[in-house]
Design a protein around this ligand. Structure first.
Ligand SMILES: [Zn+2]
Ligand SMILES: [Zn+2]
Length: 278
């Protein structure tokens, strides 16, 4: 594994850029894309301020910072974004992505109809029917994210499977819809290691195995992301992902398939493509 399409910096909920770059390089990566959280949701206006999710106002500063750090490293650095997707926000997202001109954009469903997937406590009082309805709505949103064609990458496609109250509610029909949508779209699903680690029963990759199978049945390819927030995440997750790719035989796509040229304009990352997955 030489390419990581998903990592955060202090421009959202990650760590300082120089620390993240050094750690990514030390983990053996050739290319990393920084994908800070960005939400355009009006419903979360206050939360966006409280949690530093105003990347739509700060991306230009991060871009300058990335160009500075790019001169200090051999890593190929990509200037990207993890956008919150919400049905109905397509026009606003389209306009923003157009204006910002990132190397690529990841789309994520972190909340549905104003309700966040996490934290774990969030569904404690919900009935079975309410949980099922939420999971249905979640996959409706994932499918419309893909069908919107706004994004290069679909993040952690079955995020709800990592929630104790929602796990197991993903059906074969949900998986089939998501896989079919990706098969017909430019949007590539991500193998996401953000929840892999020493977390007992919550140690998993997204997508979980049944959804990976549904994608593979339809010939859908993947990109790979550590979803690192702390520098130490790279050292932990890169080897985990390498083992995972070896075990599954998945050969991920390189940056060339999802991204523009990158901050340095180097195409080195694109050459570090599928065949170097191990
Ligand atoms: Zn995410
Ligand atoms: Zn992320």
């Amino acid at each position: 594994m030489t390419v990581d399409v998903h990592a955060h910096t202090s421009y959202s909920d990650g760590s300082g850029i120089p620390l993240m770059v050094d750690a990514a390089e030390a983990a053996g990566l050739d290319a990393v894309g920084f994908t800070d959280h960005c939400s355009l949701s009006e419903a979360w206006r206050d939360e966006r301020l409280l949690w530093n999710r105003n990347f739509d106002r700060t991306y230009a500063r991060r871009r300058t910072a990335l160009s500075i750090v790019a001169d200090r490293t051999d890593l190929a650095i990509y200037d990207a974004v993890e956008m919150d997707y919400e049905p109905g926000l397509e026009a606003a997202i389209d306009e923003f992505l157009d204006e910002a001109g990132f190397d690529y954009a990841i789309g994520s469903v972190h909340y549905v109809a104003g309700k966040q997937v996490f934290p774990f406590e969030s569904f404690a009082d919900a009935s079975d029917a309410e949980r099922r309805a939420f999971v249905d709505d979640y996959y409706d949103a994932v499918v419309s994210l893909v069908e919107s064609e706004l994004f290069d990458v679909l993040a952690h496609a079955d995020l709800v499977e990592n929630h104790p109250a929602l796990r197991g509610l993903t059906t074969a029909a949900h998986r089939d819809r998501v896989a079919a949508a990706c098969a017909a779209s430019r949007t590539v699903p991500e193998i996401n290691a953000g929840r892999a680690g020493d977390r007992g029963e919550f140690d998993l990759f997204h997508p979980t195995d049944p959804l990976v199978e549904a994608f593979r049945d339809r010939g859908v390819r993947f990109v790979v992301g550590t979803d690192s927030h702390d520098p130490a995440d790279f050292a932990d997750r890169v080897p985990r992902l390498e083992r995972y790719l070896e075990e599954t035989g998945i050969e991920p796509l390189g940056m060339a398939e999802v991204a523009n040229d990158g901050v340095t304009g180097r195409s080195g990352a694109s050459e570090a493509g599928p065949s170097e997955a191990s």
